[in-house]
Design a protein around this ligand. Structure first.
Ligand SMILES: Nc1ncnc2c1ncn2[C@@H]1O[C@H](COP(=O)(O)OP(=O)(O)O)[C@@H](O)[C@H]1O
Ligand SMILES: [Mg+2]
Length: 358
């Protein structure tokens, strides 16, 4: 390829595992700022220090957490948990595990997340969304390095390396009384700032080409490329949704394009460069626009169109609700079970995400 922005590709071990999900396969780096961040990640990765990744949603914090784990040479698994998606009902059992007979329905003893991450890395995503009773429990585990399963008497020692991520300013959350100061200081040992995509524009084209290749092969399409005008449009956008937004734009453009070259018109970029409002109000016009897109897709004889659209809908709802399945199901007006079945169908279900380190 005669690309002026080849970018660097760092393959992620464990990417072949089905638990890895369908998206993250490798880390693409094209901008010096990202290179710098990766070097920092590698430096802290080699230590046992707790790492806090701070950055907007969609900037790739989870991939960096995996890279830190890979650099740590810890041989245990990488276990990722989205704190915002944790429901308060069975949370203790999820985190700490339980003995058999600990409560109704607990027929077997089961280890929790902390034990699952033993010898490896526990990644707590969106830690700023963690409920306050849970913050106290986490702090205790970090101090004592041991957990007690529900229904057990004996503590179990756990050797975990913690990497946490947040898109909220935790210092402000502490000031506002929403986050415990003592936990904040424990987490804030090595804080890495993950810059938004608009501040590392050298990543845009390498990432766009990476996603083009990824989704082209998933859709079973022949080779695809970006026109010069499309590249300019990508470079000119401010990407409020960061890399996740870029990924979705490329995926959808590929669905819309009827030839191997993605044109400017195939890119669904919002007209304004401002951030999306928290809850955009959908007018009947919005549905009209969706209908128009569907008609275009029908004209292009897109194979498995219904499934492709379903994936776009459930993925958008889940991202809008920051991974919270209950809220995403409610937003779509379907039951959580139906949502989970659909997420599973599209490889988007965040089950216990346990990735073997080697
Ligand atoms: N450097 C990168 N190279 C390739 N894909 C990336 C990179 N950074 C992020 N992504 C992809 O972008 C999406 C958002 O990344 P994620 O780690 O979930 O972001 P965050 O946790 O910050 O919200 C994921 O699908 C991820 O695979
Ligand atoms: Mg995340």
């Amino acid at each position: 390829m005669s690309s002026p922005h080849p970018g660097k590709v760092i393959p992620l071990p464990g990417a072949g595992s089905p638990a890895f999900g369908t998206r993250a396969r490798s880390l693409i780096v094209g901008d010096p700022r990202s290179d710098h961040l990766l070097r920092q990640a590698e430096q802290v990765g080699a230590t046992r220090a707790t790492v806090l990744l701070v950055g907007e949603t969609g900037t790739g914090k989870e991939l960096i957490a995996r890279h830190i784990h890979d650099c740590s040479r810890r041989r245990g698994p990488f276990v990722a948990i989205n704190c915002g998606a944790l429901s308060s009902a069975l949370i203790d059992a999820e985190l700490f595990g339980h003995e058999s007979g600990a409560y109704t329905g607990a027929t077997h003893a089961r280890p929790g997340w902390f034990e699952a991450a033993h010898g490896g890395t526990l990644f707590l995503d969106e830690i700023g969304d963690m409920q306050s009773p849970l913050q106290i429990k986490l702090l205790r585990v970090l101090q004592e390095r041991q957990i007690v399963r529900i229904g057990a008497r004996q503590p179990i020692a756990v050797d975990i390396r913690l990497v946490a991520a947040t898109h909220v300013d935790l210092a402000k959350a502490v000031q506002a009384g929403r986050f415990r100061a003592d936990l904040f200081y424990r987490l804030h040992v090595a804080a890495l700032h993950v810059p938004p995509l608009r501040e590392r524009s050298g990543d845009i084209l390498p990432l766009a080409r990476h996603f083009l290749e990824l989704y082209r092969s998933r859709l079973g399409r022949p080779a695809a490329s970006l026109s010069a005008a499309a590249e300019q449009a990508l470079l000119g956008h401010t990407w409020p949704g960061n890399i996740r937004e870029l990924e979705n734009v490329i995926h959808f453009a590929l669905i819309l394009a009827d030839k191997g070259v993605i044109e400017r018109e195939n890119l669904r970029l919002p007209e304004t460069h401002s951030r999306l409002p928290d809850s955009p109000s959908l007018s009947p016009d919005s549905f009209g626009a969706i209908g128009q897109s569907v008609r275009q897709l029908l004209e292009h004889n897109h194979p498995a169109l219904d499934q492709a659209l379903e994936e776009v809908i459930v993925r958008s709802a889940l991202e809008h609700c920051k991974g919270n399945q209950v809220r995403a199901a409610r937003a779509l007006g379907i039951s959580r079970n139906v949502l989970r079945a659909r997420l599973k169908r599209h490889g988007l279900l965040m089950e216990r995400l346990v990735i073997a380190a080697e």
